[in-house]
Design a binder for this molecule. Structure first.
Ligand SMILES: Nc1ncnc2c1ncn2[C@@H]1O[C@H](COP(=O)(O)OP(=O)(O)OP(=O)(O)O)[C@@H](O)[C@H]1O
Ligand SMILES: [Mg+2]
Length: 268
């Protein structure tokens, strides 16, 4: 079957003191090729754990992941990751960072040159390709991270708070870029964010997770990502249903946070 199938995933971390954390419990989900799923939820609800399992960095205690019909058992370039920050090769130029994957795969420049130059152009890095990473702003660095991921031509892109460290204006511009790249490349994307607005604007599907144990709380199918591909993201925020859905999700997460705080007060 094509797409990404997450089947009955559970993850339990056993701690040295004999206790354990149930980071995920019975999470199931199917993503069709080309779908963009955003994932929201309070801190500690298992978002990064879920992404790490899909990336193949962690083996789940129960359940399985299948991509296009084969089972995922470890990392592979078919699943690319974009981290919040700090995962670039600081000492290499922008172009060397972006072409890293194809070069490590032993491909010749004739095979990757055009694709890499195209990615540098669409991410607005064309004039900066010879610069070192430390010479770039945070927003530019995240564009390098996106371009580097795309240069491997992955089937699935996994993003853990990729825009979380950016200032508000740069973040908004980057949200537009993510939508543009999504439409242009047709990649399947899972994007984790703490921002309800970002999750609404970018996720054609949106998953709200709940903590202790980490699980799926609610799922939405949303029209806003499609609207934002060709439109102004600020206008999308005025669309029918946007404010109502935002309030609903904010309320949901607020209640979860309250419950967590209540529980930790009980414990003290
Ligand atoms: N390697 C580990 N060993 C033990 N416990 C872990 C480990 N990794 C994660 N956990 C625990 O599992 C739970 C889920 O963690 P995870 O990092 O997936 O949450 P998250 O939703 O990404 O949180 P945040 O929004 O803060 O990034 C937390 O309670 C965390 O402490
Ligand atoms: Mg996390």
């Amino acid at each position: 079957m094509s797409g990404l199938a997450i089947k009955n995933l559970s993850m339990r971390f056993d701690l040295p003191n004999g206790s354990h954390v149930q980071a995920l419990q019975d999470v199931s989900l199917h993503l069709n090729e080309g779908e963009l799923l955003s994932v929201l939820g309070p801190s500690g609800c298992g978002k990064t754990t879920l992404l790490n399992i899909v990336a193949g960095f962690l083996a789940p205690t129960e359940g399985s992941i299948e991509l296009n019909g084969h089972s995922v058992t470890g990392p592979d370039k078919e699943r690319g990751m974009v981290f919040q920050q700090g995962a670039l090769f600081e000492w290499m130029s922008v172009r060397d960072n972006v072409s890293f994957g194809p070069r490590m795969a032993g491909k010749k420049q004739a095979e990757w040159g055009e694709h890499v130059d195209h990615l540098l152009d669409v991410t607005g890095l064309g004039d900066f390709k010879d610069k070192a990473i430390f010479e770039l702003s945070g927003g530019m660095q995240q564009r390098v991270a996106l371009a580097r991921c795309l240069a491997n031509d992955p089937d699935v892109i996994l993003m853990d708070e990729p825009l979380g460290a950016l200032d508000a204006l740069t973040r908004e511009k980057m949200q537009g870029l993510v939508l543009k790249l999504w439409k242009e490349t047709g990649k399947t994307i899972i994007l984790i964010t703490h921002s309800v607005e970002e999750a609404l604007l970018l996720g054609e599907r949106l998953l709200v997770m709940a903590p202790r144990p980490g699980r799926i709380h609610k799922e939405y199918n949303l029209p806003f990502a499609d609207m934002g591909v060709d439109g102004d993201l600020r206008e999308v925020k005025k669309a029918d249903g946007y404010a109502r859905t935002r309030e609903e999700i904010l309320g949901m997460i607020w209640d979860m946070e309250e419950e967590i705080m209540g529980r930790s007060e009980d414990a003290s």
